[in-house]
Design a protein around this ligand. Sequence first.
Ligand code: BG6
Length: 496
Amino acid sequence: MTYSVADFDPAIKGALPSDFQWGYATAATQIEGSWDVDGKGVSIWDKFSQEADIRVDDKSTCKDTCRSYDLFKEDVARMKAYGVTGYRFSFSWTRIIPLGGKDDPINEAGIEFYNKLIDELLANGITPFGTIFHWDTPQTLEDRYGGFLNKEQMVPDFLRYARVCFERFGDRIKNWITVNEPGVFSLAGYAGGAHAPCRSSINEKCKEGDTSREPWLVGHTLLVAHGYACDLYKREFQPTQKGSIMITLSGNWSEPWDAADPKDIEAAERSNQFEIAWFADPLYGKNPEVDYPACMREQLGDRLPHFTEEEKKLIRGSSEYYGMNSYTSFYKRHRDTPAPPEDLKGNVDILDNNKQGQSRGPETDTVWLRSTPWGWGKLLRWIWKRYEMPIYITENGTTAKGEHGWKPQSADDVLEDPFRVEFYKGYLTEVATASQEGVIIKSFFAWSFMDNWEWSNGFTNRFGVTWVDFASAEKKRYAKRSAYFMKDFFNHMIRK
Ligand code: BG6
């Protein structure tokens, strides 16, 4: 045993409200498999992973992943055994509308799959949280007009897809998330180039792209598409379906390298604005003029799109809650040289997040996942103070080196993953104490329910509380100790 219930901090017993939702988050591309089955169309991730083997660390594709398309009933039963109250998953756009466009046909087999999944969740007492767009743009829309680079054509196509989701699933989905992490989609897909559609002028693995402009354009299209989808939902569906709608934003905490240096303090704040306020200010900001943060406008000028009057009205107030995904923290230092056109982070030097050993536990698979609960606590309070919006934590998790070597010996074998248990203990204690201070936090969805296909990391990162044997044809699942820890810890923290 790597933890004991008796050792849980009594100060946070009952810290979370009785209607607090907790569970796990996943995304269609990362778990479903069956990439071309029952009429599903091709997404940019299908193409990205299949056309060139230099793009994914282990040269894998998302053709099979965890085979959840076939095994969803087993997965729901396992989630029930893990004690969750909710499950956040995403709809695959190309399973529902294979070609993606507003005049393209609907695939009834795809609708049927999600109907069965939702019904299975509800039959097991698990509240579904549905993400409409988790990065899987239909390849046809990419080919037709450049996907999210083309706001005029993309927004109506996105809106029709959102409408189909509301019409077909809104009688049972009461918690909608329009877009997952517009920031990561824009930066990794159109700047860093590590993600589909692999457009970048700074990554030689990508063929074309303009890093100085495209990420900002794509981010803008996502925000506008989100705004129109919320407007549609609130006008036509919410009055009868009585659900809520929000967007989920990414953002890791930026801490000044030298806490006594005003320039570093400013650099860290600027970085938080580039990473978080980029989307959050237009959505939730208190400035009556809806715009991107002033420091972004100052650095990027007209490369940062301008909102039309209609967009301003649609976006401000559109998201009913603050959907928050976050993983780690970084130190930032002031930089004296002018920002190059490809700068994405507010012209700062990004430094190690393990200064003075604040990162806890063994080394993680990547520095992006180091355990920094101190920064996570600061981030929760920063968001609350700046926007005063109730927060749904929609993702948080880690990977630890070492899990790859583990092989289960029997069906009952449990991976003792002390690092993940420690990670969640630290982060969740911050959630509990922030909540006790008055920050309104309504959910915690851990990333992730099971090890899955981690985008350009393929199967090299294991994020799950369930270990998956990817070498087996049946993708056998085994519980990790953290799955039981989460159940016990939430049981301790949620008021009866
Ligand atoms: C989030 C995504 O960015 O983090 C997930 O919403 C993703 O889909 C998770 O898998 C972990 O990502 P990464 O890039 O740190 O492996």
